[in-house]
Design a protein around this ligand. Structure first.
Ligand code: HEC
Ligand code: HEC
Length: 423
């Protein structure tokens, strides 16, 4: 080999070395400033807008009343379950179960109530479009609290403290029941005209029914006023986005870069809450195997349009507003079959198991699914064509999990995490 050829080769080798080093460096330390600029576009979560459909959404007495209701077991049919049974403050306002155990075993995983006031649609299938209307559904669901609107009115009537709170915040409708003998349970039951609750409901005077509905809607509005206080604070990710260099680990920084770039997560988990608020079919196989059976948004979109406690309904305080317009003009298509709401990823490390039926126990399992889409049920049911296997290495999965863990925040103030002091 001639000297010059050797020199040429050695130059070539050192150049390869140098490029290799550069590559290794750029992989381990994501380009700091530009990445943080992207982070600051996703942080912090803005303040909550007032809810025009709920005239007491900002009312402190209503929030306090709602807080008492949230923790009151007497609201359920059997008097044993409260909202807090499945949305436990110490468990990130979830129950950490795959699917919730209410009056009967449920079919869906309980999402957190923290920050739920920011949601555009409520429930995993979006079958409610107001926070106050949402809370009324578990009260009457046989899977959840198995109560009835009439039962809740009776409960308020029997509790002098709550009765007083209701009258102070709302109106004197409760007094109208003094002269009426209310059945223990009565409510409309969709599709089951012969249900004992439905028969009792039909037997009531229409004026009494209207008053029951009025109190029931207001109860939801008080619950919502409380839930609106359950907003999360800053996470390590927010501190990092604001310029605190070491607030999150280098692994979490690499995870964030993957999240916004090559892994494609931002497409659906967009904005400061990391959700587009819309519905997608990821093809996650049902719990226990078999074919997908949950119609999800296909059913939810149909139900939200006829919800009497929705934004366009007679109990709404803004029936002509933007929200109700969107609901009234909502279209349902075959694409909605099996599509679930994109969950916010804030506090996600606290809210496992994951997906609509708790199919995955850990964030690692979720990421392994996104990596390979192994077992995805794409056949037949219009599964979204846009989701592609992210093809992640083990280290990339660890990095993404580290990033998701950096979205955990402190709890709301302690005085909101149990029944209000005087109740
Ligand atoms: C038996 C357990 C259980 C009880 C009791 C319960 N929930 Fe839930 N909650 C769930 C489950 C499960 C879901 C998801 C159901 C679905 O998407 O179909 C849910 C959904 C929600 C959501 C929607 C969050 C979102 O992101 O869309 C809110 C808010 C909520 N519940 C508040 C309440 C309130 C208020 C009460 C009391 C009136 C209550 N829950 C009682 C289990 C429960
Ligand atoms: C096509 C839209 C879409 C993309 C892309 C997407 N997600 Fe999701 N994500 C969703 C939907 C929808 C759900 C809920 C699915 C369900 O309930 O069955 C979800 C659920 C999750 C959950 C579980 C949250 C919970 O509370 O159960 C995590 C964690 C998550 N996604 C992280 C990611 C990450 C990380 C990426 C990128 C690798 C990503 N997602 C890409 C739409 C998407």
């Amino acid at each position: 080999m001639s000297r010059s050829a050797w020199r040429f080769r050695s130059f070539g080798i050192s150049r390869v070395w140098f490029l290799g080093l550069l590559l290794a460096w750029s992989c381990s330390a994501p380009a700091g400033e530009t990445l943080r600029a992207r982070a600051s576009a996703l942080s912090p979560v803005p303040n909550l807008e007032p809810d025009p459909t709920n005239r007491v959404s900002e009312n402190l007495s209503a929030a306090r009343f709602g807080q008492a209701l949230f923790f009151a077991p007497g609201l359920s049919g059997e008097g044993e379950l409260s909202c807090a049974s499945c949305h436990q403050p110490e468990a990130g306002f979830t129950d950490n179960a795959a699917v919730s155990l209410g009056n009967e075993a449920g079919q869906r995983n309980a999402p957190t109530v923290l920050d739920s006031a920011y949601e555009r649609w409520f429930f995993r299938d979006g079958r409610a479009d107001t926070l106050w209307g949402q809370g009324l559904q578990p009260l009457e669901s046989s899977l959840e609290m198995a109560g009835s609107r009439t039962g809740t009115v009776r409960f308020l009537l029997a509790r002098p403290d709550l009765r007083k709170a209701y009258s102070e915040v709302f109106d004197n409708t409760l007094e109208s029941f003094d002269a009426v003998q209310l059945p223990e349970h009565a409510r409309p039951v969709f599709g089951e005209a012969g249900h004992p609750h439905a028969l009792a409901w039909d037997a009531l005077d229409p004026a009494v029914r209207a008053n029951i509905d009025r109190v029931f809607a207001n109860l939801g509005k008080a619950l919502a006023a409380y839930e609106r206080k359950l907003v999360s604070g800053l996470s390590p990710f927010d501190l990092w986005a604001a310029g605190e260099k070491n607030a999150i680990s280098v692994s979490a920084q690499r995870g964030f870069e993957l999240f916004v770039d090559s892994a494609g997560c931002l497409r659906c988990h967009s904005g400061p809450r990391f959700t587009d608020g819309e519905f997608h079919n990821l093809g996650v196989p049902p719990r226990g195997g078999g074919s997908p059976w949950d119609p999800a948004r296909f059913e939810g979109a149909r139900r939200v349009r006829v919800d009497p406690f929705g934004s366009a309904g007679i109990h709404s305080d803004d029936p002509e507003g933007d929200r109700s317009l969107a609901t009234r003009t909502l279209r349902v298509s075959g694409e909605d079959w099996g599509a679930f709401k994109t969950p916010s990823l804030r506090n996600v490390a606290r809210t496992g198991p994951y997906m609509h039926a708790g199919q995955f126990a850990t964030l690692h399992e979720v990421l392994s699914y996104y990596s390979t889409l192994e077992g995805a049920m794409t056949g037949g049911h219009h599964a979204e064509q846009t989701l592609q296997a992210a093809d992640l290495t083990d280290r990339q999965i660890d990095d993404l999990v580290a990033f998701l863990e950096s979205l955990t925040t402190a709890d709301p103030p302690a005085d909101l995490l149990g029944p209000p002091a005087s109740h």
